[in-house]
Structure formats: structure tokens, C-alpha cells
Ligand binder design. Structure first.
Ligand code: SF4
Length: 211
């Protein structure tokens, strides 16, 4: 069997509580052809950039964190479905859960899978909780955690993540700010653009919000 392709990794965050239920590891991938207006991560549109990484290395790195789950975001994870399916499958084999964000609709992905896209089918199979749909800046979601707009849907594909507060706003949006020893500032999670701008004014920041 051939090796799965390298994954273009834009960012790897060992631990976060802002990208899904509980404490999770998060991987942002480089490249997205969907290009929603108002996307928080336009620097992840292009396929150039990121660090090409073997899926097996990513599995080992995720498992080494000891977190109970992995979140895949981007960029567009389903545009690197083969490599990420290998990552997600390895992580799930170790008993961890996988949450995947996508700008595609679930029905679109199912159609792709049914028409022979084995990579898409494999990533769906290795995902426990899918967050599907474009980011719509005219439909900002101020209630549900993790998502940016009200059209985006949570779809449970297994019972491995059972306690997701999908319909009630009991889990507030979170914004995480990471400052390294060298003074580099990174942000992930979700907040409206005004809040972000107020928080980050004057700071060199790298944002990390998904599909
Ligand atoms: S919101 Fe997601 S799907 Fe839309 S352009 Fe940004 S990364 Fe791509």
C-alpha cells in the first residue's frame, strides 16, 4: 500500500480548550480554495507554505500531547483528505476523538465519497464530529461555541463525542492568546472582529480561526 501524502501543516497547537469540547490538540492545514468572504484565515488560502509533514509524525506528535482529542481545521481539511485521514485514523486507533471543520456541506462530501473519492470517505469515516458549511459573515453566530456563522452545522458521525452542547449556549466562545518566550503572539478560538482588533491592537499577531 502506498504511503499517504504529506500534510501541509500551518500550525500545530499542543493544547487548546477553544477548538472543540474539552482539551484538544489542534492542527491547522495550509490551503483552501473555497475562500469565504470574511474568512479569519486568508493567510491559509494558498497551497504554498505550511510545513509538509508525514501523517505518521503528526499522529505521534498528537498522541505525545496526552490530550483526549484532535481538532482539524484550516485551511480546508478535505482538500488534504488523504493525509489527514491517515492522521485521524491513527489518532482514533489510540482511543482519541477527532473533530473536523470543513467549508463543504456534509451532503457534498457524501456525494464525493460515493463517486469514488476514497480519501474523502476515509476522512469522514475517521471523524467523530464534523462542523460543516461555509463561513457566512452576514450570518454571524453569537450563541453556539466554535462556529462562526449560523448556517454551519454540527454533525455527529459517531458517539465518541457525546457531550457537545450543540443547541444550547452553555459553552461560551473562547479566545486563546499564546505568547512565546520570544514574544511572538498567536490567537485562536473565536471572537468578533472588533473584539479581536481591540485585543490585538499594537501586537504582532497570527490568527488561527477555522472554516
Ligand atoms: S472559512 Fe474555512 S472554508 Fe471558508 S475560506 Fe476560510 S478556511 Fe476556507
Amino acid at each position: 500500500m502506498s504511503e499517504p501524502p504529506l500534510v501541509r501543516v500551518a500550525r500545530f497547537l499542543d493544547r487548546t480548550t477553544a477548538e472543540g469540547p474539552g482539551e484538544r490538540t489542534a492542527i491547522w492545514v495550509q490551503g483552501c480554495t473555497i475562500r469565504c468572504a470574511g474568512c479569519f484565515n486568508p493567510h491559509l488560502f494558498g497551497v504554498r507554505g505550511g510545513v509538509p509533514t508525514p501523517p505518521a509524525d503528526l499522529v505521534a506528535r498528537v498522541l505525545a500531547t496526552g490530550t483526549p482529542g484532535l481538532t482539524l481545521l484550516g485551511g480546508e481539511p478535505f482538500e488534504q483528505a488523504a493525509g489527514l485521514a491517515a492522521v485521524a485514523t491513527g489518532v482514533r486507533r489510540a482511543g482519541r476523538s477527532v473533530m473536523t471543520f470543513t467549508g463543504y456541506e456534509y451532503d457534498q462530501l457524501r456525494e464525493q465519497a460515493a463517486s469514488g473519492r476514497d480519501d474523502v470517505a476515509a476522512l469522514l469515516d475517521a471523524t467523530d464530529l464534523l462542523v460543516a458549511g461555509l463561513f457566512r459573515q452576514d450570518l454571524l453566530d453569537h450563541d453556539r461555541p466554535w462556529v462562526g456563522s449560523t448556517n454551519q452545522r454540527f454533525i455527529r458521525l459517531s458517539d465518541r463525542i457525546e457531550d457537545v452542547p450543540i443547541d444550547v449556549a452553555v459553552t461560551p466562545d473562547r479566545l486563546e492568546v499564546t505568547v512565546t518566550a520570544s514574544g511572538a503572539v498567536s490567537v485562536n478560538g473565536w471572537a468578533d472582529i472588533e473584539t479581536l482588533d481591540a485585543l490585538l491592537s499594537g501586537l504582532p499577531a497570527r490568527r488561527g480561526k477555522p472554516a
